[in-house]
Structures are given as structure tokens and as C-alpha cells.
Design a protein around this ligand. Sequence first.
Ligand code: FES
Length: 103
Amino acid sequence: MAKHLIDKPDNLEDGGPGVPVSVEGRQIALYEFEGSIYAVDNRCPHRGGPMADGPVSGPTITCPLHSWSFDMRSGEAVGRPGATIACFAVSKDPSGKIAVEIA
Ligand code: FES
């Protein structure tokens, strides 16, 4: 896994909606929840819906197309055993940027 440094988006708010960003050509959705930043694939594993456009409730993110929900912290689907969305480790870099680990 390689760490990629990106600027923290100005519109990323704790408890707020997802923010889509491109990291090394990969579309990911960033979220902030209780002071931590989480990153998931911005393509829903069901049929590719844009996760960052869906509603957020606590740590639960919901795809805007057919309402599959996932826990942004683990990637596990809510009520759909075995279904997951790809998650990427995020850390705060001493430079002030955020580091996203993507293979
Ligand atoms: S594309 Fe996300 S629930 Fe169908």
C-alpha cells in the first residue's frame, strides 16, 4: 500500500456528506466522523452508484441509487452479510495533509 498525500477538502465536515476526490486516478469518497477521516471507494459495489452523493447518518453511508448502506469505518454493508465496500486507511500527515493508502 502506498500513501498518497492530499489536501483536506475545505468542504469536509465532521458528520457531513461525503466529498469525492481522485487519488492516483481512483475515485474515492472522504468522510469525517467523530474527528476521524474515512475513505471508501466512490463506486458502490452494487452497480457503481456515486457513494459521496448519498446520505450520511452517523457512520452509515447510503448509496443514492438503490439505498445499500455501509459502515464507513469497516466497509461492511448494513443488513447484507458478506457485502462490503472497499475502504482505504487514512491518517493525518505532519505536513497538515491527509494520507490515503491505496495499492
Ligand atoms: S448502485 Fe448502489 S445500491 Fe445500487
